[in-house]
Design a protein around this ligand. Structure first.
Ligand code: DGY
Length: 317
């Protein structure tokens, strides 16, 4: 019997592909330095039973249709799966898997790093120091907002949001959360607008869907306190970047910490020049251990599907 063939769209950290290799699959690894183009992907996908892909690979209907007949599973090395056309995968009987759970703490660490760094205007301070513009200690310099004693409003109440809440409580913050469905837990706020009005720090932890696109736009940014800090480690298009940039330039909110952008790797030029804004290049889950665990989980899911077992993380429409 010919071995199952699996395409891995980029080089992953060492050990990530062990489950595929241990299963004796034929593994085709691609793109050490550059991603596959859509045409290359739709060409490769015809010859494989499964793919391990990244959030930068757009796996749309055209690509999935190219694999129709042979392709049985797409495993995304990410918890978010907005890069995959779930409806098309469902129509074509292709299983979609993601990597929840293994990146929660690492991503929550990064979200809290942004909460601290944005509240304490770290990027402005560090930028000046590196540019030789620091003239010495001054009493009115780089005055930020304290984190202890302030309120954190979490938009979303999934695994990562809960880990951010743990960290926030440890830093003496009071934590609220908003979710589509009542959580039944203390701190639940049913109206997002109420949470935005009340929170000193707002951190976003919802997936990108049609109903979360520009969830935080000009009207909602306008509800936030002038001293508020907005942090986004989820997906860029959940926040209207142009509106956020204008609010920061006009001092309508205090600061922002962003790890994700509407059109990655491009960043809105008004955000690049915005004051009190910490900008990171989508590194939420970027630790060696976590990225390896994500790769292994995606690989294991492919093995399970191709061996006729239920994978650990099946995404449903
Ligand atoms: C995810 O898993 O969706 C993250 O954005 C990757 O860091």
């Amino acid at each position: 019997m010919t071995p199952k063939r699996v395409l891995v769209t980029r080089h992953l950290p060492e050990g990530s592909l062990d489950p595929l290799n241990d299963a004796g699959f034929d593994v085709v690894q691609h793109g050490e330095t550059s991603p596959l183009t859509p045409d290359e992907l739709s060409d490769e996908i015809r010859r494989v039973d499964g793919i391990v892909c990244l959030l930068t690979d757009r796996v749309d209907r055209r690509i999935l249709e190219a694999g129709a007949g042979r392709l049985r599973v797409v495993a995304n090395v990410a918890v978010g799966y907005d890069n995959i056309d779930l409806a098309a995968a469902n129509d074509l009987g292709v299983a979609v898997c993601n990597t929840p759970g293994v990146l929660d703490d690492t991503t929550a660490d990064l979200a809290f790093l942004l909460i601290l760094a944005a509240s304490r205007v770290m990027s402005d301070a560090e930028r000046d120091l590196r540019a030789g513009k620091w003239t010495g200690w001054a009493v009115n310099q780089y005055l930020g907002q304290d984190v202890h004693g302030r309120t954190l409003g979490l938009v979303g109440w999934g695994r990562i949001a809960r880990r951010v809440a743990d960290r926030a409580r440890g830093f003496g913050m009071q934590v609220f959360h908003h979710a589509r469905r009542p959580s039944g837990e203390s701190g639940y706020v049913s109206e997002l607008d109420d949470l935005l009005r009340a929170a000193d720090v707002v951190s976003i932890h919802v997936p990108l869907r049609e109903d979360t696109y520009h969830l935080i736009g000009p009207r909602r940014i306008g509800l936030m306190k002038p001293t508020a800090v907005l942090v986004n480690t989820a997906r860029g298009p959940i926040v209207d970047e142009a509106a956020l940039a204008e609010a920061l330039h006009a001092n309508r909110i205090f600061a922002a910490g962003l790890d994700v952008y509407e059109d990655e790797p491009n960043v809105h030029p008004r955000l690049l020049s915005a004051p009190r804004t910490v900008l990171l290049p989508h590194v939420g889950s970027a630790s060696v251990a976590t990225r390896t665990a994500m790769g292994r989980l995606a690989s294991r899911s492919v093995v399970d599907v191709l061996c006729g077992r239920l994978p650990p993380t099946l995404v449903t429409v």
